[in-house]
Design a protein around this ligand. Sequence first.
Ligand SMILES: Nc1ncnc2c1ncn2[C@@H]1O[C@H](COP(=O)(O)OP(=O)(O)OP(=O)(O)O)[C@@H](O)[C@H]1O
Ligand SMILES: [Mg+2]
Length: 440
Amino acid sequence: MNDIKANGTILIIDDIPNNVELLCESLDDAGYKVLVETNSNNVIDKIKYSMPDLILLDIMMPEVNGFEVCHLLQTEVTTKDIPIIFITAITDTFNKVKGLNLGAVDYITKPFRYAEVLARIQVHLKIKKLQKDIECKNIQLEKLTNNLESLVAERTNELTTTLNTLKQSQIKLIQSEKMSALGVLVAGIGHEINNPLSFILSNIKPAQEYIDDITHIFQLYQKYYPNPVQEIADELKTVEMEFTLEDLSRILKSMQLGSERIQGISVSLRNFSRSDTNIKVLADLHQGLDSTLLILRHRMKTFDKRPEIKVIKNYGTLPQIKCYPGQINQVFMNIIANAIDALEEAWEERAIQQPEIIISTENSNANTISICISDNGLGIPEAIIKRIFAPTFTTKGVGKGTGLGLSISHQIVYDNHQGHLSCVSEVGKGSKFIIQLPVK
Ligand SMILES: Nc1ncnc2c1ncn2[C@@H]1O[C@H](COP(=O)(O)OP(=O)(O)OP(=O)(O)O)[C@@H](O)[C@H]1O
Ligand SMILES: [Mg+2]
């Protein structure tokens, strides 16, 4: 027998070697390496060592019979895939079925027809080879699928990140667009008011001086010409000249006060639109709060039957802080506008008598200042409070809210100023937004 045979190794387990002598020869002729095992004891260990491609197994053996050997081979991981063909003289169907049920692939009855045995062996070796190929292909396919899955997951992750970044940039764009449009408008109004106002203010003083001169001359006339002609005497009686001159002064004074107030508003408007700074600058946050309140004042006035929204300012002493003032004003604007919305809603639901916003500021410690903006509106339910800072989350109707105000405020406070923005609220007890900012 040759040691290395191209067609594979066949192990014959049969206790009587004479029975299979001729079979061995014809298998050898057909190009197989043939091993014969006559002792079925400890046969598994021997098989593990030789690892044949196929086993021809006799059923009737004295020590351990063929069925038992088959069972043992099938339960061993290393041998369970070796095809087993039973060879026996027993021809009844019961034993054939038993053998096949135990995991054998075929059944050959003695006496052998060698051509048939060879054909069966070839078929089963081919099936085994095909099975192995399929297994390899399956492993490759599984690897490919896994690779593909991780590739898809990776791509999905990348896409999700890109989408989120896009969303964030879009939010920033919308908000900065909104704010810069408002800033331009506000700055424009501030500027336009300023010119005619300076003109009025600069003319009030000379007007007062002219009136003083006229009054003085009038008094002189009265002193040196106490009895004027009849027509002047009649006119003086109807006009009440002294009262007119006194009132004229008062009118001028109130014009001056009014103009100065408009001037204050104009300064506030221009302060609000200081969003054009690219670097952090020192800013007075109270000024920012006041400018924002001024811009939102039209929304606080008595409306329909709703009383004016009362604003209580508990301003502490704040140092100037290094910040982007325009952005901080944007945060104030978003939070105060939300408070006004909440108060309007509470009023509509008849839940409050007097809408109120309290703004408190304090220098919490050497490094931090905090600003609290609270309202006595309806408050925020616990389930919603977790979501209010998420982009596009809104409980307001279509066209009323975009859901961007708090998310952009959060970004401004956290990312651009390394501060902290939080909300404390309870249904029926109003809401409180706390902004904490580092001083430097
Ligand atoms: N003071 C508040 N009282 C009650 N609910 C509030 C208050 N502030 C915010 N909310 C809730 O948080 C949600 C998100 O607020 P956010 O400012 O981000 O968006 P919005 O006000 O709905 O829309 P906009 O983009 O116009 O500001 C609001 O829809 C509202 O439900
Ligand atoms: Mg809002």
